[in-house]
Design a protein around this ligand. Structure first.
Ligand SMILES: [Zn+2]
Ligand SMILES: [Zn+2]
Length: 335
C-alpha cells in the first residue's frame, strides 16, 4: 500500500518522512478491523514525533492519528460490517484491566497504545484497529474530511473542556488558537459559555472573533479583562502560568492542553496564585469522551473549515504547518 514512513527523526525542514508504495497491508487478527482510510488529519503531535521531541517507539512508523475510513475487513463475528464508517483516535488500545481502564480513564493506562506512535497510523491507505477502540461514525451526517479532525483536535478539545469544569453561564479563557480551540468554541457557543481568547497571531485573532469570542487579545501584553472560571492553554510554554492563575477565580481550573513546555512553570506565591485553584493536564484521550462528542455532533454543528490536500503533499504541508504558512485552521489529507 501507499504510505509515508518515518525511520529517522530530523527537523521537519529536512523532510524526514519517506513516501513508499509497497508497504505491506497489515493482516487482521482476532478483534481487529482493517480500515480503508479516506482522510487523515495532520497534527502538531506528528511534528513532535517527527522532530524527536517524543522518542520513536517503532521503526519505521507511519504517523497520523486523526483517521476516518471504512471497514475493509473484520475478523469474523464483529459489531461492524464491511463498508461501515469508523474513526480512529490517538487511543489505539489499553489493557482493559487496570484501575484506570476499569474506571473509564484509560488515557492514564500504563499499557496504553497510541496510534501513529506505538503502532502504525493513518498516513497510509490502510490501518489496522481494535474493533473495541474505533469510534462509530455510522450515524453522523458529516463529510469524511470534517470528521478526521474531530478524532484529535475535537476529542482533545472536548476532554480539555470537561477538565475545565465550566458550565453554562461561566466565562472561559483560551490561550492559543488552532483547531482544538475551534471545537471548544463550538461547544461553548451551544452551552452559552462566554469565551475570552488570547493569541498573538492577527490571523488567529480574526478566526477567534469569527468563531464567536467575546474578547480577543494577547495576554503576554495585557490581562484578561475579567476574572475567569477556567482557562485552557495550548502553547508549549510554562512561563505564563503565574499570570494566568491570577486571572482565575478561586474554585477555578487551569487546563494545560499541550505535550511540551519549552519554558519553566514557576509559581512563586502559593497563597496569591495557586491557593484554591486546580491545575489539570490533557493526557492522551479516552473513548467515553470521544463517544460523547460524537453524540454532541448530532445536535451541535461540529464541522470545521479544513484544507483538504493530496496524500502526496503530506510532508510539504507538515513543513508549512511548522512555519505557520497554512491559511485554514486545519489540514486534512485525502488518502
Ligand atoms: Zn493529534
Ligand atoms: Zn489499563
Amino acid at each position: 500500500m501507499r504510505a509515508w514512513i518515518l525511520d529517522r527523526q530530523a527537523p521537519v525542514d529536512e523532510k524526514p518522512l519517506r513516501y513508499v508504495d509497497d508497504y505491506p497491508i497489515p493482516s487482521v487478527g482476532e478483534g481487529d478491523l482493517l480500515i480503508r482510510i479516506t482522510h487523515t488529519g495532520l497534527c502538531r503531535t506528528d511534528l513532535h514525533i517527527l522532530e524527536g521531541d517524543l522518542p520513536l517507539h517503532k521503526k519505521p512508523v507511519i504517523l497520523g492519528h486523526q483517521i476516518v475510513g471504512y471497514v475493509a475487513e473484520t475478523s469474523g463475528n464483529s459489531p461492524y460490517n464491511v463498508g461501515d464508517r469508523v474513526g480512529l483516535t490517538w487511543l489505539y488500545g489499553s489493557c482493559g484491566r487496570c484501575k484506570y481502564c476499569l474506571g473509564g480513564e484509560e488515557n492514564y493506562c500504563p499499557s496504553i497504545v497510541r496510534t501513529g506512535w506505538d503502532v502504525d497510523g493513518g498516513y497510509a491507505e490502510y490501518v489496522l484497529a481494535k474493533e473495541d477502540f474505533v469510534i462509530d461514525l455510522r450515524d453522523l451526517e458529516y463529510k469524511d474530511s470534517d470528521l478526521a479532525p474531530l478524532m484529535c483536535p475535537g476529542v482533545t478539545g472536548y476532554l480539555g473542556f470537561k477538565l475545565s469544569r465550566v458550565e453554562p453561564g461561566d466565562k472561559l479563557g483560551i490561550i492559543g488558537y488552532g483547531p482544538t480551540a475551534h471545537y471548544i468554541m463550538r461547544i461553548c457557543e451551544a452551552l452559552s459559555i462566554d469565551v475570552y481568547v488570547s493569541t498573538r497571531s492577527p490571523h488567529h485573532q480574526e478566526m477567534a472573533w469569527k468563531d464567536g469570542a467575546v474578547w480577543v487579545g494577547n495576554i503576554l501584553e495585557e490581562d484578561f479583562p475579567i476574572e475567569l472560571d477556567a482557562v485552557i492553554s495550548f502553547p508549549p510554554i510554562g512561563h505564563h502560568t503565574k499570570k494566568v492563575l491570577k486571572s482565575i477565580k478561586p474554585g477555578g481550573t487551569l487546563v494545560f492542553s499541550q505535550i511540551e513546555a519549552y519554558t519553566d512553570i514557576h509559581i512563586d506565591s502559593y497563597s496569591a496564585v495557586l491557593w484554591g485553584r486546580r491545575i489539570e493536564t490533557v493526557y492522551n484521550v479516552r473513548r467515553n469522551i470521544a463517544n460523547e462528542l460524537v453524540n454532541l455532533a448530532k445536535r451541535v454543528d461540529l464541522s470545521i473549515d479544513e484544507e483538504v490536500i493530496d496524500f502526496r503533499d503530506i510532508m510539504d504541508y507538515l513543513v508549512k504547518i511548522r512555519r505557520g504558512h497554512v491559511d485554514k485552521i486545519t489540514v486534512v489529507a485525502k488518502i
